[in-house]
Design a protein around this ligand. Sequence first.
Ligand SMILES: Nc1ncnc2c1ncn2[C@@H]1O[C@H](COP(=O)(O)OP(=O)(O)OP(=O)(O)O)[C@@H](O)[C@H]1O
Length: 730
Amino acid sequence: MKIESLDLSDEIKRFYENSGILELYPPQAKAVEKGLLEGKNLLAAIPTASGKTLLAELAMLKSVLAGGKALYIVPLRALASEKFRRFQEFSGLGIRVGISTGDYDKRDEGLGINDIIVATSEKTDSLLRNETAWMQEISVVVADEVHLIDSPDRGPTLEVTLAKLRRMNPSCQILALSATVGNADELAAWLDAELVLSEWRPTDLMEGVFYNGTFYCRDKEKPVEQPTKDEAINLVLDTIKEGGQSLVFESSRKNCMGFAKKAVSAVKKTLSKEDREALAGIADEILENSETDISSVLANCVRAGTAFHHAGLTTPLRELVEDGFRNGKIKLISSTPTLAAGLNLPARRVVIRSYRRYSSEMGMQPIPVLEYKQMAGRAGRPRLDPYGEAVLLAKSYEELVFLFEKYIEAGAEDIWSKLGTENALRTHVLSTISNGFARTKEELMDFLEATFFAFQYSNFGLSAVVDECLNFLRQEGMLEKDPDILVSTVLGKLVSRLYIDPLSAALIAKGLREAGTLTELTLLHLICSTPDMRLMYMRSQDYQEVNDYVMAHAGEFSRIPDPFNIAEYEWFLGEVKTSLLLMDWIHEKPENEICLKFGIGEGDIHSTADIAEWIMHVAAQLAGLLGLKGAKEATELEKRIRYGAAPELMDLLDIRSVGRVRARKLYEAGFKTTAELAAASPEQIAALVGPKIAERIFKQIGRKGTAPESTTTEPLEKGSPEGQRTISDF
Ligand SMILES: Nc1ncnc2c1ncn2[C@@H]1O[C@H](COP(=O)(O)OP(=O)(O)OP(=O)(O)O)[C@@H](O)[C@H]1O
C-alpha cells in the first residue's frame, strides 16, 4: 500500500516521501484497512521495529491537522524523550510537540498549546488528577508498550489512566501498541479496538541457540570460530567480522560491566585507525561528563570499542554510548534488559548471555517469553543488516532443547491486570473519587468495570478489595466518614493531587505527629520508609545486588538507631541504606565516594534523589495542611536533596549551571550570595568556574548596576556535572 494512496493530506504524504518512506509495511497496511485513518480504535500487536510508531504517527497527524490533539503515552521517561525528539521532526508541518514530565502536582496547562504531547503513564495520571484542562481536548491517545499493563508496578496506573481517558473522551481514538502477547484479542476487546496481529518484520530474525561452537537456527547449523575461551566474545568477534555490531544482555549490572571489560582485548584488535580516533573522542566526552570510577571504566571500554549500559549510568553517559553504537563505532554493548524496554537500538546480533533473572521470592528464574522476545527483537537494523540473529547460550544438549522449546518455538504469555490488590487499587480509588468519577460505591464499581482487571476477572473479588481501600481512606481522614457517599476530604484531594500512595501519606503524617525532635535523619528515614520509596528501591535494576550489598553491611546498618522507635516502622536495612545515601548526598560527599560506599552508579544517586525530593515535597505539603511540625524543615530538605548540598549554598544553587561543586567553590571563595556574585568582576568568577559559566551566571543575575537578561532557557551543558539531573524512569 503506497503512502500516496492514503487518505492523508498532501503535506503529510510529502513529509514521509521526503524521508524515503513510500510504501507501508504489511502490518501498517493492515491497520489502515482496519480503520486506522477513520478514527477507529486499534491494537497493533506486532514485533519490535515493524513500524508501530509510524502507524501511530499517521493517525495522530491526520487528527491534529484536522484540529485535534494527540497524547502519546509511554512507560519510561527515556522513551518519552526519544519519541519527543522524533515528533519534533513534524515542526515543518506546523505541528507543535510538547513533553510533560517532572513534578506530579503541576497542571502543565502551558503544554495545551501543543498539538502532540508526550508523557509517561504516571504523568498522564497526575495530569488527570490535577484536572488539566487540555486533557478534555484529546482526540487521539497512543498507548505505547501497552503490554506493560502486565507489570505489577506500572500496569495498574496505565490501565486506570486509559479507563479514565475513555470515560472523559468517549469519542477519542485509542491506538495501543504492543509487543506480541498471548491474549492480544482479549486486550483488543477490552479497548473496543480492531486487532492487527502480525509476525512480519522488515529484517528477517533468525532465532537460535549456540552450543558447543555451533549456532543452531531453524534447519541451519552455523559453526562459529572459537578464538577465545568465551563463547559470547567469539560470537561478538564473528559479528564484527561480518561487519555487524552486537548487543549482549546480562542479568545484572556487575555482569554486564564485567563482560564489556572482558571483551576489550579481543574487540580492540578489530578496530580501524578511524574507529580508534572516534572512540577516543567518545571516551573523552564520557570523562568530561563524569568523574566516577564507573565512568572511567566505561571510558576505557569505549576506547576499545566495547561499552556497558544500565540504569546506574547517568542519562548523558547512556546517550553517549547509544550514539556511539548507532554511528557504528562502538561494536558491542553489554546491557541489562533496560535497553530492551522500547529503546530503538538494534544490532546485527543479540546475545542473551543469561536468560535467568533474580526474584526475591524464588531466586534465579527463567525470564518470561515476552521479555526474551523484547530482547531478541532488537536483532537486525532495518535497511542496514541483511538479517538479525538472536542467540541464546546453552551449556548442554538438554539446555539447548529446553531453550528451543521454552523461547524459540513458544508464543508469548498472556498478560494479566495487576490492579486487583489493595496496594495497587488504593491510590486509584482515591483519585477516582477526588476527580469526581464516582460519588457512591456503585458509581465507583461502575467506573472500575472499565478496567482491564474487571474485563478479565469480571469484577470478581474487586468489591471486597475496594471496601478495604475505602475503609483505609476513611480511617486516615482522606474520605468523608459518611459510608453512603464518596467524597474526598481536603487531605484526600491533596494526596490525590500529589500523586502519592495514600499509605505513604498516612505513614508520613503519623511519623510527623509522633516522632520526637525532627533531625535530617528522622525526616529522611520518614520518606525512605514509605511504599513509594520502597517501590523505587525494589525497582532498582539489580535488586539482588542491592540486597546482597545491604546484607553484607547489615552490621553497620543495624547500628544506626531507629529514629522513630515506632512499632509500625520496621527499620528495614534497605531504608537505612537509602537514608544514609541521602545523608551523604545532602552533605556534599563527592558522587564517586557515594557510589563506592553504597555500591551504586551516579544514575542511582540522581534517581533516588528525584524520588526522595518528591516525597519530601509531599511531607512539607502534608505538614503544612495538617499543621504538623516539620513543614519548614522538609521544605529546606527538599531543596537540599534536589541539589545535594548544605543550606548555605541554596541561594547560589538557584542559578542555572551552578551545581553543588561550583556553588561550594564560589562560596569558599567568599561569594556567598547572588548579590555578592553580582558585585564581583567577571575575571574573579571566571577564575573559579571558567569564562563560559561565568558568562552564563552574569547573564542570569546581571552585574551590579545592570539588569539580568531574561532567564536563559538554554539547556544545561550536556552532562555537565553541575545541575545535570538524570531523570528517574517514570
Ligand atoms: N513503511 C515503512 N517504510 C520504511 N521505513 C519504515 C516504515 N515504517 C517505519 N519505518 C522505519 O523503521 C524504523 C522503525 O520504525 P518504528 O519506530 O515505527 O518501529 P517500532 O515498531 O515503533 O520500533 P520500536 O519497537 O523500536 O518502537 C524507523 O526508522 C522508521 O522510520
